[in-house]
Ligand binder design. Structure first.
Ligand code: ATP
Ligand code: MG
Length: 367
């Protein structure tokens, strides 16, 4: 798929900006705080309808305005489509495809797929388990947009069960009902995350070997208090979930919160059997995340049938020239890539030779 054109109106620090993507690689270069990440964020919104760095939608709209537009022309399966997101201050966002307003978010997700790699993603290795869970959830939404609904169902169940655990009048009969709901919605999330890890693992391993040129063995595994069994053992799985709930019943009522379920699960990342977070340099951690991102990219391509966009925010210039060239080999001209940087001198020559370069200054772009 190819993002041909992007139009921003009152989005973050942009007032009115059109961007034409005329080469498979685009570099956005500029000083700090000029709008480079903001532009990638707009593309991220088109692909996932969420931003990893905005806590409230209000932040996305220019501070002097009440609404913002992100519009784009996307070519997919050789068909051109116009898509648009209208963000409103204090209102719901409105989504359009070819001028038609869509009622469901689900129908908009999947118009554009993108893999974003920013320094924030280093938290996948270094940060707390929530970062890893959220990474899996973001990938799953791209692979299967309905997963957004599945995760929301679980989150709602969890909120209601927690409210019950906190309340004074904790009716055991009602709790039993919420236990069933937690198990039912939780297993849907866990099964998908587990399958995702199984599919990412061989891809990530291969990429890690290739980029690092080393012999280190990368392993990923999904860790849960109620491990997911082979597909047809659902009854045993439900029983194991119930057993955990019973075991933790006292602790849950004391603490007033749910202590078992996918919101407590974890992804283990190991290099040669050692937790990657304890392992080595920033460069090694960056290499690992790059391997995970390339695995993500190739899995999306495999499932969707077309390569997604790759968005690299401030990370390429941090890689040494060997790793930059490995990355270039991996993406070639097949994968449309948008890269941000504050300087061009850290780029390997082949990147500069084949890319279109935009200079970003105070929310405005020039070639
Ligand atoms: P860096 O190199 O530091 O990462 P950047 O070019 O990626 O910089 P961005 O994060 O894209 O910078 O843009 C930050 C700028 O956008 C800041 O000047 C910030 O004040 C401005 N900005 C962010 N949100 C809004 C908004 N809602 N309205 C107006 N300006 C905003
Ligand atoms: Mg930035």
């Amino acid at each position: 798929m190819y993002l041909q054109q992007l139009q921003l109106q009152d989005f973050r620090n942009y007032r009115q900006q059109e961007v034409i993507f005329s080469a498979p690689k685009t570099i956005l270069v500029g000083d700090n705080a000029q709008g480079k990440s903001n532009l990638l964020e707009a593309v991220e919104l088109l692909s996932s309808l969420s931003s990893h760095r905005a806590s409230r939608e209000r932040e996305l709209i220019h501070r002097d305005r009440d609404q913002a537009w992100i519009r784009a022309t996307i070519r997919r399966w050789d068909v051109e489509r116009q898509v648009g997101i209208l963000l409103r201050n204090g209102g719901r966002k409105s989504l359009q495809v070819n001028g038609q307003t869509l009622n469901r978010h689900l129908d908009f997700l999947g118009q554009l797929n993108a893999v974003l790699f920013s320094s924030w993603d280093l938290e996948i290795v270094r940060g707390n388990p929530e970062y890893r869970r959220s990474w899996l959830d973001r990938v799953l939404i791209q692979l299967e947009p309905v997963y957004g609904q599945i995760r929301e169902d679980y989150a709602r169940t969890l909120r209601q069960r927690n409210a019950l655990l906190k309340s004074e009048s904790r009716d055991p009969e009602v709790l039993l009902v919420w236990n069933q709901a937690l198990i039912k919605t939780g297993m849907r999330v866990m099964r998908r995350r587990q399958r995702l890890i199984q599919r990412l693992q061989p891809l990530a391993q291969t990429w890690h070997h290739q980029i690092s040129g080393g012999q280190e063995e990368l392993t990923l595994s999904y860790q849960s208090q109620v491990p997911c069994p082979p597909t047809d053992a659902t009854d045993a799985w439900i029983a194991a979930f119930q057993e955990q709930l019973q075991r933790l019943a006292k602790a849950e009522s004391q603490r007033g919160t749910s202590l078992v379920g996918p919101h407590r699960d974890e992804v283990d990342l190991y290099l040669n059997g050692i937790p990657a977070r304890l392992y080595g340099s920033q460069g090694q951690q960056r290499t690992l995340v790059l391997a995970l991102k390339l695995a993500e990219l190739h899995l999306i391509e495999e499932v969707i049938g077309e390569p997604p966009l790759l968005l690299l925010d401030d990370v390429l210039a941090e890689l040494d020239l060997h790793r930059q060239n490995q990355l270039l080999d991996a993406i070639q001209n097949r994968i449309q890539t948008v890269v941000t940087a504050t300087h061009l001198n850290a780029f390997a020559a082949p990147w500069l030779g084949s890319a279109q370069i935009y200079h970003v200054h105070q929310g405005s772009l020039r070639l």
